[in-house]
Ligand binder design. Structure first.
Ligand SMILES: *Cc1c(COP(=O)(O)O)cnc(C)c1O
Length: 459
């Protein structure tokens, strides 16, 4: 074929002569091209990048992503896998929808707060708030007076209103930052008294005792792995003690011959009691009776409570600090606080989480097994040809708290072979394998996801 002159006839043979870029046609007329050789017919990258649709994609996604997409398609074109006249379209088709490689996932794992899936999904109200706050916003300006305003005042007011027992509130980057700030400000060069049974590893190698030591505190461990008494705490307190720390075992349970000391009992000691409740429940939850709440712990006499914002509270990643007004003020005004400061996006999403409609996490926790079962049955009947059946399942709160609590749920059971395709689809679906079947648990999915799921399985 080499030696054939590229002319209109040949272009028609290739199909869609009209869509072949002018530059390519000109180049082709000057050169002698091997028409049947895809390497020779492949257009140049700059020609593809000049295509109006590809240029629009550059405006939307940035040059780096689009250039990579063009290079990939041109490679495939040289291998004969893409028609040279369809290069621009293939580029457009292959580009991601957004300038992030993060993918939306349907959480069908049956774990409501799944750390590997970004913990709490935000409410629609919080997402709207993010959109508003994303541009220039009055986060530190009082628009009425035109003067500087207190950063995040509305969010702090919402948090204060949600936990009336807190004299003061402050928000930092995450739960670990909240604990680091408390320890750095109150206990650097001093001692923190903590029960041996509460030296918790949260996950991914994050150990609370190591965090405390990293900001200059010395741990005074009391009790044994399974038992600690009030007298153990009392005996460890001396002039160098900054506070007693109680850490909620949010991802494990110790059962059998155990004893712990309540916050109420500890509050009689001569030093402040700091409680890391982890999960971020602000008030007691009827379905999670053993999960401590910020309000409950403060009423029991804690001086300070620390918690995460993206676990059971259902908000953005952040760390909550609630407690005695003077203690919170000391934390807020300390230089280290600036290093842990949250951005306007977090403030906006947290405010909407606190004041808006129930979060997806709250909705999941309140879901009724019979309603989940009905949804599972409808999905299964739509997908009967794929071997789908509805089953009862057991869901969990997740790394966010309430270890050991089993939530009655329902799932769609499918052949396990489907998981790879579903997990790599768009949106991705992550379920779990159980007795050789793929289970898609519905507890963490809104009903609007059901038809999406059906469509994804059908492919
Ligand atoms: C999750 C958790 C933390 C850490 O919070 P992050 O927001 O992940 O930094 C600390 N303590 C407890 C008890 C937790 O459950």
């Amino acid at each position: 074929m080499t030696g054939a002159v590229f002319n209109t006839d040949v272009a028609e043979q290739l199909g869609q002569a009209g869509s072949i870029p002018v530059r390519l046609r000109q180049t082709a007329l000057l050169e002698v091209v091997g028409v049947g050789d895809p390497r020779r017919a492949t257009p140049r990258a700059d020609v593809v990048l000049a295509d109006p649709e590809v240029r629009a994609a550059v405006d939307r996604l940035g040059k780096r992503i689009v250039k990579q997409g063009v290079d990939d398609v041109l490679d495939r074109c040289r291998r004969g896998e893409v028609d040279p006249s369809h290069v621009a379209q293939a580029v457009i088709d292959g580009l991601p929808a957004y300038a992030t490689t993060l993918r939306a996932v349907l959480n069908a794992t049956g774990v409501v707060v799944h750390t590997n899936l970004g913990r709490a999904p935000l409410s629609a109200a919080a997402v709207e708030a993010l959109r508003v706050a994303a541009g220039a916003t009055d986060v530190e300006l009082d628009l009425v007076s035109g003067r500087r305003g207190r950063r995040g005042r509305a969010t702090m007011a919402a948090l204060q209103a949600a936990v009336p027992d807190a004299g003061g509130v402050h928000v930092v980057n995450n739960g670990a930052a909240a604990l680091a700030l408390v320890t750095c400000v109150l206990a650097a060069g001093k001692n923190v008294v903590i029960a041996r049974g509460e030296l918790v590893e949260i996950g991914d190698g994050f150990r609370i005792p190591e965090l405390l030591e990293s900001v200059g505190a010395t741990l005074r461990e009391v009790g044994t792995t399974n038992r600690v008494k009030l007298s153990d705490y009392a005996g460890a307190i001396d002039a160098e003690t900054a506070f007693v720390l109680k850490v909620h075992p949010s991802n494990f349970r110790v059962e059998g011959f155990t004893a712990a000391v309540s916050v109420q009992q500890l509050s009689g000691l001569p030093v402040p009691v700091v409680v890391d409740i982890g999960s971020g429940l602000l008030a007691p939850h009827p379905r999670l009776p053993d999960e401590p709440s910020a309000g409950g712990v403060l009423r029991a006499g804690a001086g300070l409570v620390t918690a995460s914002g993206d676990k059971l509270l259902g908000g953005p990643q952040c760390g909550l600090l609630l407690g005695e007004r003077e203690l919170v003020e000391r934390l807020r005004r300390h230089p280290f606080a600036r290093a842990l400061r949250v951005d306007k996006l977090t403030l906006a999403a947290l405010e909407a989480t606190l004041t808006g409609p129930p979060t997806p996490v709250a909705v999941a926790l309140a879901s009724r097994p019979d309603e989940l079962r009905k949804r599972a049955e409808r999905i299964a009947s739509e997908l009967a040809v794929y071997g789908a059946v509805a089953v009862d399942s057991t869901a969990a709160v997740g790394g966010g708290g309430a270890p050991g609590v089993e939530l009655a749920s329902a799932a769609v059971s499918l052949p396990a072979e489907l998981h790879d395709r579903l997990r790599t689809g768009s949106p991705a679906v992550v379920g779990y394998l159980h007795h050789g079947r793929l289970l898609l648990d519905l507890i963490a999915l809104p009903p609007t996801a059901d038809d999406v799921l059906i469509g994804l399985v059908r492919g």
